[in-house]
Design a protein around this ligand. Structure first.
Ligand SMILES: [Zn+2]
Ligand SMILES: [Zn+2]
Length: 339
């Protein structure tokens, strides 16, 4: 893929990259900034594995499930417990957000939280640390290997998480009480606005005929992804994936934000809590945060405040300003592509 970078890095500076069978270079010495429509497009559309991209999206839910299943096993092995013993002593919960990257692939951000057996009011046992959890997240994700159902003419694809995996402990600032729920919610909130249509990656409604794909305002790459999704949706072996119904999201069927049961009040509560922060701390006004996506998919449990929460909230305001700018750029690009 062509890479858009903020710091003028070269895209794919391979000296002896050579050419693919379609005569296209396997390297790219150029630099692409965020406004360059080439960023996130494949070096060679004929070499790019479009079916694999769609099939990965269509199985993202299973990949996540396999990861969370593994997580208890890996944490048990790491702390020298049995899985059953571990499950009696700790509860793992998460909030996750799926974000479309520029290359139109879904990327998952998740906050994984470890508590004692009865939940957030119960501290985790002393024999398991945040580092143990981070390490278990890494190994549990790396151990996920799934296969797509065999389809005639398509074969069977192996599926796993990508190599770009980053796991690190989140902590409250200046306290050992763990990160406050509102800080966790805030961390997650910054990705909530990035749905498929919002980032100009997919379309905002289901596709009913191939004509929709031809007329939509899309980059060549996304158009090919949607067309591939629609075409694969015609294979009876792949019926359970409902690829035609989900062509507009490039095969991805998940919510943009999902969470386990522990995170469950409303976004309004988060706002109210932020208003309360402002009495004691300087927090930028977040009133103009787009709320269309968040109101339906966003659930979170409010609790006390930690200084860290205000700092993270301040970071979010900056991120959102940047995100809005990216949206504007994406719209302009869209305009260019559709001409
Ligand atoms: Zn390039
Ligand atoms: Zn090629």
């Amino acid at each position: 893929m062509h890479r858009a970078t903020a710091d003028n890095e070269r895209c794919r500076p391979r000296r002896s990259a050579g050419h693919c069978e379609h005569g296209r270079s396997r390297g790219c010495p150029a630099t692409h900034d965020a406004s360059d429509p080439l960023g996130g497009q494949p070096l060679c559309p004929d070499c790019y594995d479009y079916p694999a991209h769609i099939l990965w999206h269509a199985h993202a839910g299973r990949l996540w499930k396999a990861f969370t299943d593994n997580l208890y096993n890996h944490l048990a092995a790491r702390t020298g417990r049995t899985r059953t013993g571990l499950r009696r002593s700790v509860r793992i919960s998460y909030a996750k957000v799926a974000e479309y990257q520029k290359r139109a692939a879904v990327h998952v951000h998740a906050v994984v939280r470890l508590d004692g057996a009865t939940g957030p009011s119960d501290p985790p046992p002393v024999w398991v640390s945040a580092e143990d959890l981070s390490a278990a997240v890494r190994t549990a994700a790396a151990a996920v290997h799934l296969h797509t159902p065999y389809a005639w003419g398509l074969g069977e694809h192996g599926l796993r998480w990508g190599s770009e995996l980053d796991a690190r402990p989140l902590r409250a600032f200046g306290g050992n009480e763990g990160l406050a729920d509102d800080a966790i919610a805030a961390y997650v909130a910054k990705y909530v606005t990035k749905g498929a249509a919002e980032t100009a990656i997919g379309l905002d409604r289901p596709i009913t005929s191939p004509d929709d794909i031809a007329t939509g305002r899309l980059s060549a790459h996304v158009r090919t992804l949607i067309r591939t999704c629609w075409r694969l949706g015609g294979l009876s072996e792949l019926d359970p994936l409902r690829l035609r119904a989900w062509s507009h999201t490039l095969g991805y069927r998940g919510h943009i934000l999902t969470k386990s049961r522990v995170y469950s009040t409303t976004y309004a509560a988060l706002r109210a809590e932020r208003a309360q922060h402002q009495r004691n701390t300087v927090v930028p006004d977040l009133a103009d945060v787009p709320s269309t996506v968040t109101e339906t998919h966003w659930r979170y449990v409010g609790s006390g405040h930690a200084p860290g929460a205000a700092l993270i909230a301040a970071g979010i305001a900056e991120d959102l300003a940047q995100t809005r700018q990216l949206f504007a750029e994406a719209r302009r690009e869209e305009g260019e592509w559709s001409r």
